[in-house]
Design a protein around this ligand. Structure first.
Ligand code: FCB
Length: 445
């Protein structure tokens, strides 16, 4: 018997996107490190670029109409730094700021509350040429950029997210070389990570100084909940290591003003240079934590592996990203964050799945696996809420199929399908399912 499980009153429902992944409008902004990375042979699937993407820059009104059709009451998007400041600093592109201002007006006119991320990975190339996030100066440029954006949008935008997934910025971009700028250097990655945390603190100050009493500022982290492959002590220790590398390395500085000692020791001489006052800046009180969750990690001790472990691929169901579908991981994560980090208000700022979707002969996109993924993860949210977790909202990744970073357009995460030849959007079955959840503020399980 199906059961209707209710979400708390006032729950925030939205979809999430990011500037480089959807906007296009390449000639109306400065260059960013992803423009450069896309032109690095072999780095991005099929040589795909963000030049056009979903052409959202020119079609944002239609996209907001789509959101209204879904009934969502919030929308998380990011601002392209080089659209606002083409050189990263100095001259402001008023047309660029104006685009975001019109987007915000369009959202508010339809009762959709904007949740604005300042940095979702499109660093101006001009700043990368001066060292990018590895250069301390970049943190002050970020503060200035935050101030410019807040001055223009702060009268209407009340919810801000400074950074999206500093772990990805630091490690995928500078240790694993899979994201822009594409380097493979641990010391560099750790310094970059440190600067994202300090710049987060500076941006919190800049946003608060300009906003009213109702301004709320948070940060979004990605998580990889670690499960030991067995209950052997060495696997348990390995899982703890993975948790440190993936989760605590950013959680502890943001909430406790210090790096986790076990990882600090493991990184040896490569640890970041920390200036006096940095840890205080990075750990200022925030109003909420954004949680991005896709899958878990199963961890086994392996002396030859990175930090002494390797991750396994357990039997189970996998998405087109080859990520295991593991909703229990979301419940466990939310409960753990609440237990260990002072119970900040939490929002799921991203959760979703990629599958090989096609438009059927009936003109529809049938994506039963994504419907199941959504249903199970929403139920996982409710399990956490029932255990006392202060979860306030859920943003599905993503509104539309888009540029999936190194995978280019080969992975579809949207609840609306996009034909990249015609830019036609088609709501998938999962979008209709999500709309029904929003309408009832409840999920049938
Ligand atoms: C997250 C990113 C987001 C999207 C999803 C699938 O790490 O924040 O932009 O690519 O993964």
């Amino acid at each position: 018997m199906a059961q209707l499980r209710q979400f708390p009153e006032g729950f925030v429902w939205g979809t999430a996107t990011a500037s480089f992944q959807i906007e296009g409008g390449r000639n109306e902004r400065g260059d960013c490190i992803w423009d450069d990375f896309c032109r690095w042979p072999g780095k991005v699937h099929a040589g795909d670029t963000g030049d056009v993407a979903d052409d959202h820059y020119h079609r944002f009104c239609d996209d907001v109409a789509l959101m209204a059709e879904l009934g969502q009451n919030a929308y998380r998007f990011s601002i392209s730094w080089p659209r606002v400041l083409p050189e990263g600093a100095g001259e402001v592109n008023e047309k660029g700021l104006d685009f975001y201002s019109r987007l915000v007006d369009e959202l508010l006119a339809r009762g959709i509350d904007p949740y604005v991320t300042l940095y979702h990975w499109d660093l101006p190339s001009a700043l990368q040429r001066m060292g990018g996030w590895a250069a301390r100066d970049t943190i002050y440029r970020f503060q200035d950029y935050a101030a410019v954006v807040a001055d223009r949008l702060g009268d209407r935008v009340k919810n801000w997210i400074t950074h999206n997934e500093p772990w990805v910025v630091a490690f995928l971009g500078n240790l694993h070389g899979q994201h822009a700028p594409g380097w493979e250097d641990l010391g560099l990655a750790l310094q970059v990570g440190h600067h994202t945390i300090v710049s987060h603190g500076l941006a919190v100050q800049a946003l608060r100084a300009r906003g009213g009493a109702d301004t709320r500022v948070g940060i979004t982290l990605n998580f990889s909940p670690a499960y030991p492959a067995s209950d052997r002590a060495e696997d348990v220790a390995a899982a703890r290591m993975h948790d440190g590398y993936s989760n605590r390395w950013f959680l502890d500085p943001v909430f406790e003003g210090r790096y986790p000692q076990d990882l600090w020791d493991a990184y040896g001489y490569q640890v970041p240079r920390v200036a006096p006052g940095d840890m205080e800046l990075g750990s200022q009180p925030i109003d909420f934590l954004g949680v991005n969750y896709y899958t878990r990690a199963v961890v086994q001790h392996d002396p030859r592996g990175w930090l002494g472990y390797r991750t396994l691929k357990p039997e189970g169901e996998y998405t087109a990203m080859d990520w295991e579908v593991f909703p229990q991981g979301l419940t466990d994560l939310l409960v753990r964050l609440t237990r260990d980090y002072g119970a900040p208000p939490l929002y799921i700022t991203e959760n979703g799945s990629a599958y090989e979707d096609v438009v059927s002969e009936d003109g529809q996109v049938h994506d039963p696996q994504r419907v199941a993924y959504l249903r199970q993860h929403l139920a996982a949210c409710l399990d956490a809420i029932e255990q006392g977790v202060p979860l306030k909202g859920y943003f599905a990744w993503s509104l539309v199929d888009n540029f999936e970073w190194a995978f280019g357009y080969s992975r579809r995460f949207g609840i609306a399908h996009v034909d990249f030849g015609t830019q036609r959007r088609t709501l998938k079955d999962s979008a209709r399912f999500f709309a029904a959840v929003i309408a009832q503020n409840a999920v049938e399980v």
